[in-house]
Write a protein that binds this ligand. Structure first.
Ligand code: HH2
Length: 263
């Protein structure tokens, strides 16, 4: 899944694709680089962020989605917690809703997803972006996140979402310490065992920066290590900024797994 942030303030690419033409071109490029899904977002969820108005989020995302739908052949996902944005994005051609609140943020979101038969990514987050990094604590981070996701999937189905269209995501960086994020990445098989396709979003995040002591522009190697771990555990989708490098990493892993020379 390639990331297209149409925002001025995203933590790693904020401001680069705020211009609609630049956003459109980057979207086309992400797909040309081999992404299977394109995730378009108009609101940063970085720690401490406060969110944008409905009108502003619509203005950033909908025209870009409408143009990209006509141009690219991969599914388009809308990264939003607002039901109205999801609805308008679906109307413009999106077929997946990436909701970092796991349908808890907007009471109308579940019915929009269900009615329009969209796929949905249910992500774990502790608290909300403004406050989530204040002393995050868990009893057992892997078990707590897994049971949250299992319950979120039940709630989604009760609201009419087709179970075949549900994906789950442990939410790396959303209310977690470095050690929580590393532990979740080491135990991704526990989320795969829930029975839904799993997505993770490690790309350039601060737990990589803190582990390797590198700034945001220097986190590709750390991101690729997470991509490889995700592959190893059978994760289905990885949300990344660096699509080309991530695809090469996956192709290499597949080539190694498929190798069978006897001598
Ligand atoms: N991470 C970010 C945004 N959306 N969605 C899911 N499902 N999983 C994630 O891990 C995830 C996400 C944060 O990354 P980014 O979009 O690069 O930054 P920002 O929120 O600052 O726009």
């Amino acid at each position: 899944m390639g990331i297209l942030n149409v925002t001025p303030d995203s933590f790693s690419d904020g401001g680069r694709y705020l211009d609609p033409d630049m956003a459109f071109r980057r979207g086309v490029q992400i797909v040309a680089e081999g992404a299977d899904v394109l995730d378009v977002g108009g609101e940063s969820t970085r720690p401490g962020s406060r969110g944008v108005s409905l009108q502003e989020e619509l203005r950033r995302t909908i025209p870009v989605i409408r143009r990209l739908t006509k141009e690219v052949r991969v599914p388009i996902s809308i990264d939003t917690a607002k039901a109205e944005v999801a609805l308008r994005a679906i109307d413009a051609g999106a077929s997946m809703v990436n909701d970092v609140t796991a349908l808890r943020g907007d009471p109308a979101m579940a019915s929009v997803v269900a009615r329009h038969k969209a796929a949905v990514i249910l992500m774990h987050m502790r608290g909300e972006p403004r406050t989530m990094q204040r002393r995050p604590r868990y009893h057992d981070v892997v078990a707590d996140v897994a049971s949250f996701l299992a319950a979120a999937a039940v709630r989604a189905q009760e609201a009419g979402v087709d179970p075949g269209r549900i994906l789950v995501d442990p939410g790396l960086g959303f209310g977690k310490t470095v050690s929580h994020n590393l532990t979740l990445t080491r135990c991704l098989d526990r989320f795969v065992a829930l029975g839904f396709p799993v997505m993770i979003g490690p790309s350039r995040k601060s737990f990589i920066g803190k582990t390797l002591n590198v700034e945001v522009d220097d986190r590709l190697a750390g991101t690729l290590a997470c991509v490889a771990m995700a592959w190893w555990h059978g994760v289905h989708l990885v949300r990344v900024h660096d699509v080309k490098a991530s695809i090469q990493c996956l192709q290499m892993l597949e080539a190694i797994r498929g190798a069978h020379a006897s001598r």
